[in-house]
Ligand binder design. Structure first.
Ligand code: MG
Length: 156
């Protein structure tokens, strides 16, 4: 068994859609990034790559590559899913935390879990998303959002 950790942060800005865990959430501000800025999906992707010893997201999907401009980050998970399968890894479980004050994520958690699990070919109960409020520690309104993830893989 192999575990991996992933972390990501993106700036919250006006004029961008808020995409988290592969779904669009109504919000006055969204995450700035070369891709869709989906901080949660990026943290999960890095946890999976790290667990498999396959480098990091930036190596596989460079932000200088026009192919990934405004890209749906679920595509990254689909590529990683195939890579893990080719290398003989099976995903046992993923746990994650999104750090964001507004909007409240509780109503969206199960849809994020279902969307991410489907992109990775996992049973939804094996993929957990939690939301953590900073109570203004990231600014008021917050200027960034962050996500942490861990992944456990079975090898061979
Ligand atoms: Mg990122």
């Amino acid at each position: 068994m192999r575990c991996g950790i992933g972390y990501d942060t993106h700036r919250l800005v006006e004029g961008r859609k808020l995409i988290l865990g592969g779904i669009e959430i109504a919000a006055p501000r969204g995450l700035l990034g070369h891709s869709d800025g989906d901080v949660l999906t990026h943290a999960i992707a890095d946890a999976l790559l790290g667990a498999a010893g396959l480098g990091d997201l930036g190596q596989h999907f460079p932000d200088t590559d026009p192919r990934w401009k405004d890209s749906n980050s679920l595509k990254f998970l689909e590529v990683i899913r195939n890579l893990l399968s080719e290398k003989g890894f099976r995903i046992l479980n993923i746990d994650s935390v999104v750090v964001l004050d507004e909007p409240k994520l509780a109503p969206h958690i199960s849809r994020m879990e279902g969307t991410l699990a489907m992109a990775l070919g996992m049973n939804p109960p094996a993929l957990s998303v939690k939301a953590k409020n900073t109570e203004g520690a990231f600014g008021d309104p917050a200027t960034v959002a962050a996500a942490h993830a861990v992944a456990l893989l079975a090898a061979g």
